[in-house]
Design a protein around this ligand. Structure first.
Ligand SMILES: *Cc1c(COP(=O)(O)O)cnc(C)c1O
Length: 369
């Protein structure tokens, strides 16, 4: 199966193999050594000296942690949204009682740093900016270098959802002054769902001390205390730790620069391939993501038929649109364990199935006739 959705992503054999290992004591020396080794490597990937804490949860758990640990009901936060995941963190903040100022940009575009500046000028009560680095629902990567500069000029806490970017697209936690950064195991790490990662700056720990929203399972202070002893507060997903341990080892061997280049090259290949079929990208290419590519479903094509035939005849699985983009776009995930042949397979399958569902790809015999 060529699983080309933006998470969960395929796992290489050595990862699957690592997970067949029996359980160990999660309060013993072996787990401790593994946790410390993994944490150290995650800090390299996050490019940070801050603590990185590992939660047993999907990425949304890290999103929830990034709200409940640092804010109190009534705190004003600016939620910058360019798609579904931007909406999700804004919803979490709202549910926990924050006063959410929303700044949304049209689907398929990136956040404009100048509009963020204007919002911060207009509302001095804003305590923090919540933003998605890589919006998986639209295939757009925000310009965090430019955006973080604005946020830091105003001296606000910066909370960044890097769930589908960190480890696949360069992310400079310290250089950008990101106070809270999140990521998730089933995206760029080549391992199953089950672990989420959160980095926390000193400024964010200061906010933690004042924060009044109730927290328990995702209390990052507890996670930090336990990490000092080489443990997690609650029973961790031990098998996923085994997977992460070997995957990080391989990533370090490949070299993170090479990992990023591979993602950039394969993303470019995906966009070129999609356009060569005569399909239209959702994203303006200036901001196109290196981990997921969204294209518009051509007029008259039933997305359900297209997805079904791709899977039944070619074993290619693409992701449908989320929220307001449901039925309008399809998405190709190209992150984590991604190779050229995976994308070749997607393009061959699309070229074969599209004519059967009512769209003649460019260069196909029916089209040139
Ligand atoms: C996948 C993802 C999440 C978290 O989703 P889960 O299903 O909880 O893992 C959050 N943000 C972004 C940008 C994502 O791609």
């Amino acid at each position: 199966m060529n699983l080309r959705i933006p998470g969960p992503t395929p796992c290489p054999d050595y990862v699957l193999q690592a997970m067949t290992r029996d359980m160990i004591n999660h309060r013993g020396p072996e787990f401790r050594a593994m946790l410390l080794r993994i944490t150290d490597r995650l800090k390299q990937i996050f490019q940070t000296q801050n603590e990185v804490l590992i939660l047993t949860a999907s990425g949304t758990g890290a999103m929830e942690a990034s709200i409940v640990n640092f804010f109190s009901p009534g705190d004003v936060v600016l939620a910058v949204s360019i798609g579904e995941f931007g909406e999700r963190i804004s919803e979490i903040a709202e549910i926990y009682g924050c006063s959410v100022a929303r700044l949304a940009f049209p689907m398929g575009t990136a956040a404009d740093p100048e509009a963020i500046r204007k919002a911060l000028e207009d509302n001095p009560a804003i305590k923090a900016v919540l933003i998605t680095h890589n919006e998986t629902s639209t295939g757009i990567t925000n310009d965090m270098a430019a955006i973080s500069k604005v946020v830091k000029e105003f001296d606000k806490l910066l909370v960044v959802d890097g769930v589908s970017s960190i480890s696949s697209i360069p992310f400079h936690t310290d250089e950008w002054g990101v106070d809270v950064a999140m990521s998730g195991s089933q995206k760029g790490y080549m391992i199953p769902p089950g672990l989420a990662f959160v980095s926390v700056s000193q400024r964010a720990w200061d906010a933690y001390k004042e924060a009044k929203i109730p927290r328990f399972y995702f209390d990052l202070g507890r996670a930090r205390n336990y990490l000092e002893r080489g443990q997690t507060p609650w029973t961790p997903a031990v098998s996923v730790f085994y997977a992460l341990d070997v995957a990080l080892e391989k990533m370090m061997e490949e070299g993170m620069e090479t990992v990023y280049e591979r993602h950039a090259r394969i993303a470019e290949k995906t966009r070129t391939g999609v356009k060569a079929l005569g399909l239209t990208l959702l994203a303006d290419e200036r901001w196109a993501s290196n981990t997921v590519t969204a294209f518009k479903i051509p007029e008259g094509v039933d997305p359900g038929d297209l997805l079904r035939q791709l899977q039944s005849d070619h074993e290619v699985v693409l992701a449908s649109g989320q929220g307001s983009l449901a039925g309008k776009i399809l998405r190709v995930g190209h992150l984590g364990y991604i190779r050229d042949e995976d994308i070749n397979g997607v393009m061959e399958a699309l070229a074969s199935v599209l004519p059967k569902v009512g769209f003649q790809p460019i260069g196909s015999p029916a089209r040139s006739a």
